[in-house]
Design a binder for this molecule. Sequence first.
Ligand SMILES: C=C(C(=O)O)c1ccccc1
Length: 369
Amino acid sequence: QETLFTPLQAGAIKLKNRLVMAPLTRNRAMNDDDAPMDMHVKYYTQRAADAGLLITEATQISPEGKGYAWTPGIHSDAQVAAWKRVTDAVHDAEGKIVMQLWHVGRISHTSLQPSGQQPVAPSAIRANAPTFEGEKMVDVSEPRALELDELPRIVEDYRIAAENAKKAGFDGVEVHGANGYLLDQFLKDGTNHRDDAYGGSLENRARLLFEVLDVVEDVWGADRVGLRLSPFSGVNDATDSDPAALADYLIDRLKDRGHAYLHMIEGQTGGPRDWPDEVDIGALKARYGGVWMGNNGYDRDLAISRVAEGKADLVAFGVPYIANPDLAKRLERNAELNAPDKDTFYGGGEAGYTDYPFLEQAAMNAHIA
Ligand SMILES: C=C(C(=O)O)c1ccccc1
């Protein structure tokens, strides 16, 4: 009997349960190397023994791919060495961890870009979206449209990042194709107005995504590659005129690639679980045929029921894993959950990062009190 708490083979990666820590930007790589630090090792290790799979916070593949203050990268030797400390500690705790490979595209600010350059995008269309430049929230900058002959360099940056993630000891990688960042900007016709082979038709708009998947699969083998998509979400001002058609097209092209999983944001990112009326998520999953990681607004009941109904194979939890390092244990026991502190989601130090109590600890504290 398969439940939320039973093991699953996701491609080449064996998982002890169906709970996944979703990729969570925490803006805490506060150093000149844009590299994880001691507290990152502690944060991921606290959750490693509990979750079937950890996905790292979104990690930029290149300096150009950075869009917020203090997000980590995977393009330098210092970053590889720092991430190796994370994966070693996670593996010592019997955890599994993949890295989310990220390029923000136009969701950036000149102050965060190498030599203050404009952010890059499929088209020169500024997003109506904010970013955090280190002191305050600012509007994202006006991007410039990538030249056709720059795209092979971008694909190469993904290949190098995938190689670096392998050197850093990860169990696999997740390509970030969601939430209005570079690859999603190419996919959606609201953000991609190109008139060359990378714009217009669905095939053209998905071209860069599949060129990236090709090189990442070359490095890792498809069975250690995941992909995150958000066709139904308009986050970061990235919308498509026909999300249902976009989802169908991508699912049909992805179903035979043998990926470890497909990570689908079901609805509006961090918002309502809504999608076009003609879309049936369960039918999409059946059409995909591979391991389906559902995300967005799952609570204990929904997670248990959708796995039991075969509508999700894995469930990625965001905020619940911020506040509960032992979430799987708490859900299995139907124990109370810690209240998340929104004020410490982004930026800062160990407060609101590594100091949320464990169930045993909480019980013990209660006993002492
Ligand atoms: C990487 C992010 C995403 O995928 O939405 C992100 C970035 C900044 C804040 C929250 C989330």
